[in-house]
Design a protein around this ligand. Structure first.
Ligand code: GUN
Ligand code: ZN
Length: 430
C-alpha cells in the first residue's frame, strides 16, 4: 500500500448541478491498494488508518484525478499546427494525405507508441480515440495502449466516399475488418471498441448500416463520430441525405444515437438535435481549441446545459492545439467569455469537464474520473516548472479554487510529474 501525500483536488460531483462540486484536502492523502483508491482524506486521517503504508511526498504541486479525453485522433500528431484552413480544406490538404500514410504498418507502430506516450505525459489516463482507416494501424494503437495500461476506447475509422481513394473501404470489408478488431480487443483489459464512421459526409447509407449491425451484434460497443462542426460540412451532409431532418438524423436513422454514443463538436446544433441528444443520453465531446483553430465557432454551452445534453472535453488533436486537457479547459473558459450568452465557468467546472464529465460521457464514472474510494487509482501529480509564474502563484494561493484557476491559466508552466494508472506508476520523472 502507498499513500500519496499532498494537496488533493477533485470533483466528486457535477458542479453544474450541485453546489460544492469541488473537494480539496490541503494536506491530503490518497491511499492506493490493489490498483484502487482505498481511502481519501486528510493525510493525518488516512495515515492513521494505514500506519504501515509507504508515504510518497507529493506536497510540491497538486494531485488530481487522471484526465479524460473524449475526442482525439491517433494519426494526427504530426498534423498539429497546420494553420490557415477550415474543416473540409484542412482535411483534404493537410490531414487526409498524412492519414493515408498509416497503410505503412511500421510508421503506424511508431506513431502509436508516440501517441500513447503523449497522452500520458499530458496526464490523460482515459481516452476515446479515433483510430486509423487501416485495420493494422488501429491494431497497433490498441497494442501500444495495452503495453502501458492506458484506458483506451477506440475504433477503426470507416469511410467509403468523398475523402481519397486510399482511405475508402466498402461496407462488406469494413464489417469484416471491424469484427476482427472487436473480437481481438474489445473488453481485453482496459481496452474497448468504438464503432467510428468519420462523419456522415464520408459514409454511405450502406456503411452506416454496417455500423448499426455491429452495434446490434455487440450492444456494449461504443459509437463515436463528428457532428455539426462547420457550415459547409453541415450543408453537404444535408445534400447527401435529402431525407434527413437534420445532421443528427443521418446517424439516428441507423440506430447510432444512444447512451454509449459520443458526438464530437456540435458547434451548430438545432434545438431538435439537442432535444434528441438529451433524450438518448448521448454525449458531446467539446473541443474548444480545435473549434478556434479550424475556425468552426464558439460552442453553445448554455444551450447544451439548458437542454441537459452531457458534454466533456476533447483535445481533438490534430485540429486541436495539443494534448493538454488543462489547456483545453482554459480554452473552454475563454470561448464562453467570448460568447454573448457564454457560461461563466469556475475552476471547479473546468476540472469536472476534464475528469468526471468525461468518465460520465464514457459510462466509466464508477471506475475513474474522481478520487472517490473504490475507483481505480488513476491519479496524476502536477507540478509547476521551477522559476515559473505558476510556481509563484502556487506558493501564494489562498485556496484550492484559486490555485486551480492559476493552474488552468498557466497550464504551459505545469509539468505532469507522475501518473498512476490503476495504481501502477506509468509515468515517472525522466
Ligand atoms: N470531421 C471529419 N474528420 C475530422 C477530423 O479529423 N477532425 C475534425 N476536427 N473534424 C473532422
Ligand atoms: Zn475530430
Amino acid at each position: 500500500m502507498v499513500i500519496l501525500r499532498g494537496l488533493v483536488v477533485h470533483t466528486p460531483k457535477n458542479p453544474f448541478r450541485e453546489a460544492k462540486g469541488l473537494e480539496a484536502f490541503s494536506d491530503g492523502g490518497i491511499a492506493l491498494e490493489g490498483g484502487r483508491i482505498a481511502a481519501l482524506g486528510s493525510f493525518a486521517e488516512v495515515r492513521a488508518r494505514f500506519p504501515q503504508a509507504v508515504v510518497q511526498d507529493c506536497r510540491e504541486g497538486v494531485l488530481l484525478p487522471g484526465l479524460v479525453d473524449t475526442h482525439v485522433h491517433y494519426p494526427q500528431v504530426r498534423v498539429i499546427g497546420a494553420m490557415g484552413h477550415s474543416l473540409l480544406d484542412w482535411l483534404e490538404k493537410r490531414t487526409l494525405p498524412f492519414e493515408a500514410r498509416l497503410a505503412d504498418n511500421k510508421l503506424a507502430r511508431e506513431l502509436a507508441r508516440e501517441f500513447v506516450q503523449l497522452l500520458l505525459r499530458n496526464g490523460t489516463t482515459t481516452a476515446l480515440v479515433f483510430g486509423s482507416h487501416f485495420q493494422g494501424a488501429t491494431a497497433n494503437l490498441f497494442g501500444a495502449a495495452e503495453d502501458v495500461g492506458l484506458r483506451l476506447i477506440a475504433g477503426q475509422v470507416c469511410s467509403d466516399r468523398l475523402l481519397r481513394p486510399e482511405l475508402h473501404t466498402t461496407p462488406e470489408r469494413s464489417y469484416a475488418e471491424q469484427k476482427m478488431l472487436i473480437q481481438r480487443f474489445h473488453g481485453r483489459g482496459r481496452l474497448r471498441y468504438a464503432v467510428t464512421p468519420r462523419f456522415a459526409l464520408s459514409a454511405s447509407e450502406g456503411l452506416l448500416e454496417v455500423c448499426q449491425a455491429l452495434l446490434d451484434e455487440h450492444p456494449d460497443l461504443y459509437f463515436t463520430t463528428h457532428i455539426n462542426e462547420n457550415p459547409d460540412e453541415i450543408r453537404t451532409v444535408a445534400e447527401l441525405f435529402p431525407w434527413s431532418q437534420h445532421y443528427l438524423h443521418t446517424y439516428d436513422r441507423f440506430g447510432l444515437v444512444g447512451d454509449r454514443s459520443v458526438f464530437a463538436h456540435n458547434v451548430h446544433p438545432t434545438e431538435a438535435e439537442l432535444l434528441r441528444l438529451a433524450e438518448a443520453g448521448a454525449a458531446v465531446a467539446h473541443c474548444p481549441s480545435s473549434n478556434a483553430f479550424i475556425g468552426s465557432g464558439l460552442f453553445p454551452m448554455r444551450r447544451h446545459l439548458e437542454a441537459r445534453v452531457r458534454f466533456a472535453l476533447g483535445s481533438d488533436v490534430g485540429g486541436g492545439t495539443g494534448f493538454s486537457l488543462l489547456k483545453e479547459a482554459l480554452m473552454a473558459y475563454l470561448a464562453q467569455r467570448l460568447r454573448p450568452d457564454g457560461v461563466l465557468l469556475t475552476p471547479a467546472h473546468l476540472l469536472y469537464l476534464a475528469t468526471l464529465a468525461g468518465a460520465e460521457a464514457l459510462g466509466l464514472a464508477e471506475e475513474t474520473g474522481s478520487l472517490a474510494p473504490g475507483k481505480a487509482a488513476d491519479v496524476i501529480w502536477v507540478r509547476p516548472l521551477p522559476g515559473s509564474a505558476l510556481e509563484v502563484r502556487f506558493r501564494h494561493s489562498d485556496s484550492a479554487e484559486d490555485l486551480l484557476g492559476s493552474l488552468f491559466t498557466l497550464h504551459g508552466e505545469a509539468q505532469v510529474a507522475q501518473v498512476w494508472l490503476g495504481g501502477v506508476r506509468v509515468l515517472a520523472p525522466s
